[in-house]
Design a protein around this ligand. Structure first.
Ligand code: ATP
Ligand code: MG
Length: 367
């Protein structure tokens, strides 16, 4: 089934021919008239000679044939002139697409033309643009995957190496007594537990990022939930020689959320505040309502995060330089998981840090 465009394009070739024919005839008629006029009314010798010579060729030597040859030549000349611009544009587009096909997608075809050729050019440019976006996206995804594999291998290998090391000591009976044996077993056990945790985190994060996680949403009183989690953390606060201070608003903050996931997000923030805020002694947990969003802040007063590092703390495997070089363990997945959980609930999470305090704040839509 041929469409309208096909017929229009087909017809336009015919129009080109008709224009060339008309131009040929008009040129022939006008030049004939001029020649006759010049012959009759001027006394130029050269024209006289030419006129006679022309008539001899035309009527005595070749007859009408010469006229046809002149006509055809003129027609071809005009036809080529008429299709000159179209051909030039098409050739330019072909040249450009050839360069694009060889991989240079940064090119934009710029041809001065109208109608279908302009449309063709626009479409090719659009395709190149889309292809470029896809390629960039693909490269980024590939890079992320490579980074992930590198990080995972590193994070899995480090504890695994020490587990193997300790088990080897035990296997070769290189321990002094039962106490030392227990000590090595305990380290290997702790490391294995850490590994298990890391793998679970990774699995959960991947599931969340692939959107293959299903949320078990119910209406939750956020203030109540926070109170419970903070109470549950009391032991850890004490252990770290720290104190939690809650400052909850009177508003009833009801959110529709997956309670287990939300607890996980809050736990991550609290455990970070304890891990990285020990010098500050206090951890404040506050709630308020702002433009139909429940706002929760976890504030600690320990070491600050520099403004260069702050935008990356939510990246998976990212750990601030100071933490990486310290004794404090961690895989850098906690905040990435927290961010994913909050975003799965149509919420927003942000971080702020200065010399005095570090604030992690999340907002969730209230019902
Ligand atoms: P994980 O939570 O997976 O065990 P982690 O705590 O290192 O490991 P994240 O919770 O993602 O990873 O935190 C990323 C980094 O951000 C931390 O390594 C730490 O440097 C910094 N950070 C996070 N929370 C705080 C905080 N409250 N105060 C100061 N720095 C923080
Ligand atoms: Mg953490």
């Amino acid at each position: 089934m041929k469409n309208k465009r096909f017929y229009r394009y087909w017809l336009s070739s015919l129009v080109d021919v008709v224009i060339a024919v008309l131009l040929t005839y008009v040129t022939l008629i006008i030049s004939n008239k001029i020649l006759v006029y010049l012959y009759r009314y001027t006394k130029i010798q050269l024209i006289n000679y030419f006129f006679k010579f022309w008539n001899i060729i035309k009527y005595e030597m070749f007859g009408y044939n010469i006229y046809i040859i002149v006509e055809i030549s003129l027609f071809m000349l005009f036809y080529m002139l008429v299709i000159y611009k179209k051909t030039k544009s098409l050739a330019a587009i072909m040249d450009e697409t050839e360069i694009m096909a060889s991989g240079d997608l940064d090119r934009i075809i710029k041809v001065d033309s109208k109608g279908d050729i302009k449309n063709l050019m626009k479409n090719i440019n659009d395709i190149a643009e889309q292809l470029k976006d896809v390629t960039v996206e693909e490269r980024r995804a590939q890079q992320t995957k490579t980074d992930l594999i590198t990080n995972v291998s590193h994070d899995l290998r480090t504890p695994l190496t020490s587990i193997i090391g300790y088990l080897e000591i035990i296997d070769n009976d290189k321990y002094k007594d039962e106490v030392e044996l227990r000590y090595y077993v305990n380290i290997a056990y702790e490391k294995a537990k850490g590994l298990n945790l890391l793998i679970n985190d990774l699995f959960e994060l991947t599931k969340m990022q692939n959107n293959t996680i299903s949320l078990d949403k119910v209406d939750i009183n956020l203030v109540q939930l926070l109170g419970q989690v903070v109470a549950y953390f009391e032991y850890q606060f004490k252990n770290a020689n720290m104190e939690s201070r809650v400052n909850f608003s009177d508003d009833k903050l009801i959110v529709n959320a997956d309670a287990r996931k939300l607890v996980r997000a809050i736990e991550n923030l609290l455990s970070n505040a304890i891990k990285y805020g020990q010098e500050g002694f206090y951890v404040d947990i506050t709630t308020k309502i702002e433009e139909n969003m429940a706002v929760v802040q976890v504030i600690n007063y320990g070491q600050s995060i520099s403004s260069i590092e702050l935008p990356h703390v939510f990246d998976r495997f990212y750990r601030v330089e100071k933490s990486r070089n310290s004794e404090i363990g961690g895989s850098g997945l906690g905040l990435a998981i927290t961010k994913n959980i909050i975003e799965l609930h149509q919420g927003i999470i942000s971080a702020y840090s200065d010399n005095e305090r570090t604030i992690f704040e999340f907002k969730l839509p209230v019902k």
